[in-house]
Design a protein around this ligand. Sequence first.
Ligand code: PMP
Length: 350
Amino acid sequence: MGSWEDNVRKVVPYVPGEQPNQPDMIKLNTNENPYPPAPGVQKALSAMDAGQMRLYPDPASADLVHALADHYQVSPSQIFVGVGSDDVISMAFLTFFHGKKPVLFPDITYSFYEVWADVYRIPYRTIPLDDQFRICPEDYTLENGGIIFPNPNAPTGAAMNPEGVEQIIRQNPDSVVIVDEAYVDFGTASALPLLKKYDNLLVVQTFSKSRSMAGMRIGFAIGNEKLIRFMQDVKYSVNSYTMNRPSIFLGKAALQDDIYFRNTTRKIIETREWAKDELRKRGFHFADSKANFLFASHETVSAVKIFEGLRKRHIYVRYFNRPRIDNYLRITIGTKEQMQALFDALDEIL
Ligand code: PMP
């Protein structure tokens, strides 16, 4: 006897970071920006008219696409927008990774890649990082049906130089190569200039980190016009109205204040470099992060013990119970004051 359960698509779901809601907490667990979005976003929000919510949004999100095209000096036909970069990458998996050959990604990386491969029934192979958690471009030569990696990588924070990224693309002219640049604005060279040379490259970025808009859910991809058209076709066939009116309107506003953007990212980079010294002094080691987080392990005290000690003090960091990284904590870079509170708490725990 069968059951309806035989027909269900069963997956091991992605586990998103915890979103606790305590007034006195210090939240360093999901790589949010500690600073508010550009001031123009608040102004735009106040100017929004609830009456407009009656109407469907523009399915092409043209206002936001044009603002991004101006900002990155590309054609609007080279831009795809989505509900956070998770939505963009999910659409890219669905569009480009359709063959029988395995998709390649690093063995330690953003854990959503494995989940998308699983839910869409895409075969995949993971490629080991070296012992310093670095991606090795020369290893991306196996026959494959596509490649994706973050630069800088997550959750390690380690960045690859542009030559390494180009090597992977050059070695794989028959595959779409997706570079997930969620954290690129915190000090890594973007792969965007390579778009002039390679039509199989898709660069994905987000408003969630450097633009302080995680709550709005806005991400985008930039690539060759033909790649983008293929993605649009799939998106329109799955859910035409992904972007809502506020995200189109406020996303555009978030792009407008470059000085504010540069100041906040600079502050986060400075705090990160200071935090590296402070953590080192306390017996931690970590990969050389170029992101807005550090992936740190203590020489004597276990990650679980530190995680729980911090939690008791309402300081939230991220712990991944996965092989090879189960003695590491991923700590988002907050304000200097938040980081000082973290170091004070560590001094009590260690
Ligand atoms: N890529 C990487 C590497 C990430 O760490 C994240 C954040 N969890 C994302 C993509 C997705 O971010 P968002 O959907 O908020 O744009």
